[in-house]
Write a protein that binds this ligand. Structure first.
Ligand code: THU
Length: 133
């Protein structure tokens, strides 16, 4: 199984695929799966700003488009050049709640070696989900 630091390094490398001419804020993400596969994502922006897609959502969607489901995913790393570990936005927290295992490790990181390990349950307490419908 890929280590925490290896997964973070994959996410750092994924930042090179970011298309972020507007914010100039490159984010990389990497999802590790139980079978050893790893899926990357980077943020992809648009001149119509609301269409921007975050790195961690692209990584999860990338895994799903290759046939992976929630319980295949075992860890996620998110990295940006932030002062502290890069924290996911609210929209991504809602997506993680829906599509990523609640207690699997999510490594928040930056380029300076700061790391924070959390999970989807901690990131979005009192979440709204399909059971509420
Ligand atoms: N962004 C991410 O990709 N992930 C995060 O966790 C935070 C924000 C992106 C969205 C946008 O392209 C840029 O960073 C600035 O918000």
């Amino acid at each position: 199984m890929i280590s925490k630091e290896e997964l973070i390094q994959v996410a750092i490398d994924a930042r090179a695929r970011s298309y972020s001419p507007y914010s100039k804020f490159a984010v990389g993400a990497a999802v590790a799966c139980a079978d050893g596969s790893v899926y990357i994502g980077a943020n992809i922006e648009n001149a119509s700003y609301p269409l921007c897609m975050c790195a961690e959502r692209n990584a999860i969607y990338n895994a799903m488009m290759d046939g992976k489901v929630r319980d295949d995913m075992v860890a996620l790393a998110i990295v940006a050049d932030t002062e502290g570990p890069c924290s996911p936005c609210g929209a991504c927290r809602q997506v993680l709640h829906e599509l990523f295992p609640s207690n699997a490790p999510i490594y928040l990181a930056n380029l300076n070696g700061d790391r924070l390990t959390t999970n989807a349950a901690e990131l979005l307490p009192f979440a709204f989900d399909g059971r509420d419908l």
